[in-house]
Design a protein around this ligand. Structure first.
Ligand SMILES: [Zn+2]
Length: 472
């Protein structure tokens, strides 16, 4: 039978696992690299007697019995491996210098108080004690990832040992075990005795569980940092020999970090119903800020149309101060809430002012998130914002506003901020352009349309005219 047919059967047979495929490919590659031109013909495989393997991740013998072809045994002869051959290839890691079999550590006062303060009966109730002790053990052995089997606290009067605990390395091939004894309470000196050889399988990594305050601290970091970035940062901090040992206690893998990040970013909802949660949030912010005219940032909300308005006393003051001599911007953006089926899209409307310091990001002083985008809805937002600004800072009217070409937005800004209709505003603009405007007309605020949007609109209009003239 042709060798190629056998190769295909070995690789793509029904019951061949990926591991078996990988091993098979490695063997064939090595065979071909050794034999070069001799392995090109059908009968070349018969010329090869032995093949060695470099697979280190699995010490079990590899067999292709599910797809074995009874009549052809050439591949079985040439590619099958004996148990000793493979087991010899599995590589292990051991530290370059022998680790000491005894050590002593003293817990810092903060950690000691945390652990000893939580002892009830014979056990410490603070679950961080394992992390605290594990960290202390790293001074004498940073290669093993230790797990704890048992621990016990005794009353100093009843026993010679105040504290004792035992455990072993999590690597299944490692024989390293430890025992920790605290003999005198006053000295706080924990005596560590190690036994067994340190022997980690190469290309295997092990980490202790991420829990307790360590997980909480990492969650805070992960709010603003991607899991992959955090993982690579942790790996960079590992020393070369610790990295090679496979101990990842200080560098949890990406899956664990992603889960912690999801937990960190999960919003704590005050109530199951949306309206109930907003109501509770509103009451809570009133309780927390006594004496303020406008407590918190949540101003108004409604169930139909679904909307929420956000600004604070502080942002209103910024708006008042900045608009005395600078422009304010108003714009809307979509795609802020996705995955809400059978509902109108939500837009976020923002009133923005420039930051007082050049080069810094603009400041959003008022936000309106809604799924209704008509002039009435936007007028309600701008009217409420202006009313609160007047309440906090006195009469507030921006001298110059910039927005895009959206007609509902233009109408709403003119009606609420400028207190005039689109028609009267256009006629005022006409008088200004023709040089016949009165001082009263010039003293009123002006609305600019964004240059980028205007150019785009002009381009579209021009293309329409061009089509009409030349297309037919
Ligand atoms: Zn170990």
């Amino acid at each position: 039978m042709a060798s190629w047919e056998m190769v295909v059967r070995r690789l793509f047979g029904k019951n061949v696992t990926k591991q078996q495929q990988k091993v098979f490919i490695l063997r064939v590659k090595k065979l071909w690299s050794k034999k070069g031109e001799h392995v090109s013909s059908d009968n070349s495989s018969r010329e090869v007697n032995r093949v060695t393997d470099t697979v280190v991740s699995d010490s079990r013998p590899v067999q292709f019995s599910p797809n074995r072809v009874e009549n052809d045994t050439s591949f079985e002869e040439n590619f099958s491996l004996k148990n000793d051959e493979v087991s010899q290839e599995v590589r292990y890691w051991s530290p370059l210098h022998k680790c000491s079999d005894s050590a002593v550590f003293v817990l810092p006062k903060k950690e000691w108080d945390l652990v000893y303060g939580s002892v009830e009966g014979r056990y410490a109730k603070n679950k961080d004690w394992t992390d605290i002790v594990r960290t202390a053990l790293k001074a004498s052995n940073s290669y093993c990832s230790f797990g704890f089997k048992s621990h016990r606290w005794n009353k100093p009067t009843n026993s010679k040992l105040v504290f004792t605990c035992q455990g072993k390395c999590r690597f299944d091939t490692c024989q390293r075990t430890f025992r920790i004894d605290l003999k005198e309470l006053d000295s706080k000196e924990f005596q560590v005795s190690y036994k067994g050889e340190i022997k980690h399988r190469m290309n295997t990594v092990v980490a202790c569980p991420l829990k307790g305050s360590r997980r909480a601290e990492l969650k805070n970091t992960l709010r603003h940092v991607a899991a992959r970035e955090q993982h690579s940062e942790s790996i960079k901090k590992l020393s070369e020999d610790v990295f090679e040992s496979g101990n990842r206690d200080l560098a949890p893998n990406e899956t664990v970090l992603k889960k912690a990040r999801q937990e960190a970013r999960k919003i704590q909802v005050l109530d199951e119903s949306e309206m109930g949660a907003l109501q509770k949030m509103f009451h809570r912010q009133r309780e927390n800020s006594v004496g303020e005219k406008l407590p918190g940032v949540l101003r108004k909300w409604s169930g139909e149309p679904r909307s929420v308005m956000l600004w604070s006393e502080e942002t209103l003051r910024i708006f008042h101060d900045r608009t005395q001599f600078d422009a304010a911007y108003i714009d809307a953006t979509g795609s802020i809430i996705t995955g809400v089926a059978k509902e109108k899209p939500f837009y976020a409307y923002e009133i923005v002012v420039r930051h007082p310091h050049k080069g810094r990001a603009p400041i959003a002083v008022g936000t309106y998130v809604a799924n209704s985008h008509n002039a009435t809805s936007i007028k309600h937002f701008i009217g409420s914002f202006k009313s609160d600004a007047n309440k906090v800072c006195g009469k507030t009217r921006p001298r110059l506003l910039i927005c895009d070409g959206s007609v509902p937005l233009i109408q709403s800004v003119l009606a609420e901020f400028f207190e005039e209709s689109l028609e009267t505003y256009l006629s005022r603009c006409f008088y200004v352009v023709t040089g016949t405007a009165t001082a009263e007309m010039l003293a009123k605020p002006f609305l600019y349309l964004c240059g980028s949007h205007t150019m785009k609109n002009m381009k579209n209009l021009a293309s329409l005219v061009k089509k009409r003239r030349f297309s037919c």
